[in-house]
Design a protein. Structure first.
Length: 330
């Protein structure tokens, strides 16, 4: 049995007055000790539901999950001391300072005043919040809040850490900072289960990736294994004129390994190919012969986004804009 073992987990929400939602629809996964598992999926995929089930915040309707052999439903009281959780929305007290927020966590763990203050200071310093520590959190940026929340989650040095979208909404620099913090924790032996909508994040942090959509696991593997699923390279074209899309698509299809994908306003086309340089040369020759003018053309290695597109027919995070910042009722 793996360190974290999930078998056939099902969670059905039954909102009053509307249809039941199968937020988790029979998910299996296993995580080895000391590794990082990313649960990757778009809005509504079931990521937070999985984190809540594993951290004893909700009860699954069916299936089974254990952490270090301890059942998360029947033995929740023994799970809580060994896990740390940083939820999707930073749980901080706005009116307390950064330092006071962490000190309070120590008191909740009955750590004693001195030990609690010492640990709070250690984490404040480690997370680069020394300057800001005596300011109320309501004046903190999103990245600073996330760091305080994560510091609270690891206060008691739990062997297992759950991070629900640890970098959503952070600017690129704060995101890099958060990745460094997580990488350090992992190098110290912490097992991490994180959710993300960012393919790059899963690629960068995780040993193994589970891709989830509509409550179902749709793929699993290392970043390289997932990338290998869609084969060689991608040819990408941007046309000057969307009216050339049909002919260009037909040319790409002939040289590609799968159906070409059309994006943007119909001017952007891409397709996976086996022998990249040769295929690109031929595609460009045929486009030229057909009198199709290009704004841009190139070749690149597949990203995890391509994998997602291939697996689900839609790109990861495609609905980002729709409900950014909207908290789903929970
Ligand atoms: N308390 C709830 N009551 C009813 N439905 C819910 C509840 N919480 C979640 N859901 C539904 O369950 C599904 C999965 O939601 P979940 O929050 O797990 O998704 P997610 O992958 O975390 O999405 P996001 O990226 O937006 O955070 C969604 O359809 C959501 O609307
Ligand atoms: Mg979520």
């Amino acid at each position: 049995m793996s360190f974290i073992q999930v078998d056939g987990l099902v969670k059905i929400y039954r909102p009053k007055g509307s249809d039941p939602v199968r937020a988790l629809d029979g998910v299996d996964l296993s995580v080895n000790q000391g590794t990082v598992r990313a649960l990757l999926g778009p809005n509504g995929a079931g990521k937070t539901t999985m984190v809540k089930a594993l951290t004893t915040l909700i009860k699954p309707d069916a299936g089974h999950a254990t952490i270090d052999g301890i059942d998360v439903v029947h033995d929740a009281g023994r799970i809580r001391p060994i896990i740390g959780v940083s939820g999707q929305y930073a749980a901080v007290d706005e009116n307390l300072t950064g330092f006071e927020n962490l000190d309070m966590v120590g008191r909740l763990y009955h750590l004693g005043a001195q030990a609690s203050r010492r640990r709070a200071q250690e984490l404040i310093n480690a997370f680069g919040l020394t300057e800001a520590q005596n300011r109320p959190v309501k004046g903190f940026s999103g990245g600073m809040r996330r760091r305080i929340d994560l510091a609270g989650a690891i206060f008691s040095r739990p062997p297992v850490l759950f991070l629900d979208e640890p970098t959503t909404g952070l600017d690129p620099r704060s995101r890099l900072g958060m990745w460094d913090v997580i990488t350090t924790l992992v190098s110290e032996g912490t097992t991490v289960f994180l959710t993300t909508q960012y393919l790059e994040e899963a690629d960068r942090l995780a040993d193994d990736i589970s891709v989830i959509d509509g409550g179902k696991l749709i793929a699993e593997g290392t970043a390289d294994e997932l990338k290998a699923q869609i084969g060689g390279q991608q040819i990408e074209l941007t046309l000057m004129d969307a009216a050339d899309g049909a002919v260009a698509g037909e040319i790409l299809q002939r040289h590609g390994e799968a159906e070409p994908h059309v994006g943007g306003d119909g001017r952007e086309l891409s397709v996976g190919v086996r022998e990249g340089p040769l295929a690109l040369e031929r595609v460009l020759g045929e486009l030229n012969a057909a009198g199709i003018r290009l704004h841009d053309a190139g070749m690149r290695r597949p990203t995890l986004d391509d994998v997602f597109l291939k697996l689900t027919g839609h790109s990861a995070g495609a609905e980002d804009e729709d409900d950014a910042g909207a908290e789903e009722g929970s």
